[in-house]
Write a protein that binds this ligand. Structure first.
Ligand code: SF4
Ligand code: SF4
Length: 179
């Protein structure tokens, strides 16, 4: 009889409806309003790669040592360089990073002796093409390509104004310069 009455008065239906409306209070809503609100990522999150520049001279910190490429288990980094006849130093010419094959293990970042290569906290790395996932030196240095690729593959478009956990021009203090 009890079961019959429950079914007659749709007790389970009303119970579910009450539960639904009880969670309509805005303080109980946990949906992230992305991309209007940027989620905070963990401080040690490894995302979009970047080649850092010397903030004083504006020149690349890369010394073309190739250690990042050697450390990468996926062999997805290709460093191009030539020898300067005057200084006998290597000069970086090209740098290619295939983000589509990267597992963001951070081994390349750890291997870099100048803290040039950095995996930033930026996570917007989507692109419309496979070619768009291969970042060249210009993209790694100048455009911080992750945000641009999420919006457009047009290399001439301006970076979107997003609030990130770190500024786009954030430059980490090289570990060899600390202390
Ligand atoms: S994060 Fe790992 S997989 Fe990605 S480029 Fe660096 S070493 Fe290679
Ligand atoms: S390890 Fe660093 S300095 Fe060496 S080639 Fe890679 S990015 Fe350049």
């Amino acid at each position: 009889m009890n079961s019959f009455l429950r079914r007659l008065f749709l007790a389970d239906f009303w119970k579910g409806l009450i539960l639904t409306f009880r969670t309509q209070n805005p303080k109980n809503v946990y949906t992230e309003q992305y991309p209007l609100e940027r989620p905070m990522v963990a401080e040690r999150y490894r995302g979009a790669p970047r080649l850092n520049m010397n903030p004083e001279t504006g020149e690349t910190l890369c010394i073309s040592c190739n250690l990042c490429a050697l450390a990468c288990p996926e062999n997805l980094i290709v460093v191009g360089w030539h020898r300067d006849d005057a200084t006998r130093r290597k000069v970086l010419t090209t740098f290619t990073y295939d983000t589509s094959r990267c597992m963001f293990c951070g081994l390349c970042e750890d291997a870099c002796p100048t803290d040039c290569l950095e995996l930033t906290q930026d996570f917007e790395m989507a692109s419309y093409t496979r070619e768009g996932a291969i970042w060249d030196r210009h993209r790694l240095e100048e455009e911080h390509g992750c945000a641009i690729s999420a919006v457009s593959n047009d290399a001439t478009s301006a970076p979107p104004v997003f609030q990130t956990t770190l500024p786009w021009n954030y430059v980490r203090t090289p570990s060899h310069a600390v202390g």
